[in-house]
Design a protein around this ligand. Structure first.
Ligand code: ATP
Length: 503
């Protein structure tokens, strides 16, 4: 599993999917760039989501709100108080939650260390099992695990009313150093502020303090009345949005799983008060089905229903995915009550209500939200698709078995040789198909190597132009997963590709 994760990171880099940000300067922590193939895969995931949410639902419309918002937005939403100075005020659930993350991170490191010990022991024992050595190693493992358990148990009991200072104190008391750095100094948690600040205005005295949005949802809430009126929307209805969000995460790690700049795909569904649980269940099912439609395997998904709820929620669940480092949150489905609309009403002094003609009544709608990280979706799809296969002849191949609808390039056209007019025919095929599909051309190296390269890029089809093409206008089409090749007429290509890659 650890190896798989390493392969994912290096494959993403080698094949032009993801690079560390500003790598010439040695990168920027937890910030990444999507390269030529990554940007296509990411765009296709976004479109797949948008189509399912907006195009397929008559009562859901889109929005593209600005990243910069009036600073009062974040007072109303609770972010300013909740995410600031965690050591001063300890009553907020979001802070407890951050403590949770810290503990979880810590426990995971200890676990990883324990697992490494076990691995080492296994490698060392091999056939000649040495009992004494095993016991020593085992004792060390047990020690790590016991400490791990103790932290979790104690934090589990105390998280209700403790804060990060207690986490720090606890860690000091247990005298555990960070297994990665050896450091016993966890004071840096004191400094963190989850939101990135910036300034609007040129001169220092007139500048206004702003934040980069830590979630896209608030752009939807503040536009609720605008969209409802201009779109003549009737409850229940939804507003969907994709876009960047920024969080100064204290434990940013695991590649694109937890980034400081990331993209969310969120939808806020406005419903009658009292009907929110029905819609909460509806969206849980609908969203899980969307994930399953990609074919990554039912066994890789599970729900995690929250017991501890954020201040704004009356029900919440995560859809968790089996990432290379275990089951982790991929998407959140939250019943947010009327918390956000009421808060914006209070802070802005504007009415954010809805007149329900059927009930002949004004009310503040309740909200059920679905929120999925685009980058986490990318990681889920990418890591699940990366396979190392042993072929019949004993050789191996690396293949990225992406769902065809998401593949960056749908087909590559390969002239068998660089002469006899074959490249020209290959170009003609591309000219014809590029209106409908992302196409690639490759004439370098032997055709077998070109197939392998396309396999590693996740391209579902390779079309090979050979000498027979000159005679009868047929080509071979090779399928990525089965490696099966069929001889087909050039005129049939469009239909064959379309049947597999259309959303
Ligand atoms: P986590 O528990 O992993 O910190 P969260 O509960 O804070 O996530 P939400 O605020 O519910 O996350 O955000 C919704 C979705 O946005 C998450 O399910 C996740 O897919 C994505 N997301 C949140 N934080 C990050 C991040 N730092 N990097 C990448 N994706 C993120």
């Amino acid at each position: 599993q650890e190896d798989l994760f390493k392969n994912v990171v290096s494959h993403a880099k080698e094949y032009g999917f993801i690079f560390p940000s500003s790598e010439v300067y040695d990168g920027l922590s937890a910030v990444y760039d999507y390269a030529q193939n990554g940007v296509e895969l990411k765009k296709n995931i976004r479109e797949y989501w948008w189509k399912a949410m907006v195009q397929m639902h008559e009562n859901i419309v889109g929005l593209d709100a600005a990243i910069l918002m009036h600073p009062t937005t974040w007072k109303a939403s609770g972010h300013v108080d909740a995410f600031n100075d965690p050591l001063i005020d300890n009553k907020d659930s979001k802070k407890r939650y951050r403590a949770d993350v810290l503990i979880e991170d810590y426990a995971e490191k200890i676990n990883q260390k324990a697992e490494k010990e076990i691995e080492k022991a296994r490698a060392r024992f091999g056939e000649a099992f040495n009992e004494e050595e095993f016991v020593t190693t085992n004792a060390r493992v047990m020690e790590y695990k016991a400490k791990n358990r103790e932290i979790l148990e104690r934090m589990g009991r105390s998280l209700g009313n403790e804060d990060l200072a207690d986490v720090k104190a606890l860690i000091e008391e247990l005298e555990i150093a960070d297994p990665e750095t050896g450091s016993r100094n966890w004071t840096d948690v004191k400094q963190f502020n989850l939101m990135f600040g910036t300034k609007l205005g040129a001169s220092a005295e007139n500048a206004m303090d702003l934040y980069l949005r830590p979630e896209t949802a608030q752009g939807i809430f503040v536009n609720f009345a605008n969209v409802q009126k201009s779109g003549r929307m009737k409850i229940p209805f939804g507003i969907a949005q994709t876009g960047k969000a920024f969080r100064n995460e204290i434990v940013a790690r695991q590649f694109i799983f937890r980034m400081r700049e990331f993209e969310q795909m969120e939808m806020q569904f406005f419903v009658r008060p009292g009907e929110e649980m029905k819609w909460y269940e509806y969206w849980k099912t609908t969203r899980l089905n969307w994930h399953l439609s990609l074919g990554l395997g039912r066994e890789n998904y599970r729900f995690h229903d929250h017991e501890k709820l954020a201040h704004y929620a009356n029900a919440a669940a995560d859809i968790e995915f089996n990432f290379p480092f275990g089951f982790k949150e991929l998407e959140g489905i939250h019943s947010r009550t009327d918390f956000d609309l009421k808060a914006h009403e209070q802070f802005s002094g504007r009415k954010l209500q809805y007149f329900d003609a059927e009930l002949n009544q004004n009310y503040t709608p309740y909200v059920v939200e679905t929120s999925v990280g685009l980058d986490r979706m990318f990681l889920a799809v990418f890591s699940n698709s990366l396979k190392e296969e042993t072929l019949e002849d004993g050789s191996t191949r690396t293949v990225l078995q992406l769902p065809s609808v998401l593949a960056p390039t749908k087909a590559a056209v390969l002239p068998l040789v660089k002469k006899d007019g074959l490249p020209e025919i290959a170009r003609e095929i591309i000219e014809d198909l590029k209106w409908d599909f992302n196409m690639a051309y490759d004439e370098k190296d032997a055709v077998g190597r070109r197939y392998r390269r396309q396999d590693a890029l996740g391209t579902p089809f390779c079309i090979t132009v050979d000498h027979q093409t000159l005679e009868d206008k047929t080509v071979t089409i090779r399928h990525r997963d089965s490696m099966k090749q069929d001889r087909v007429a050039i005129s049939e290509l469009k239909g064959i590709i379309e049947s597999e890659v259309s959303m």
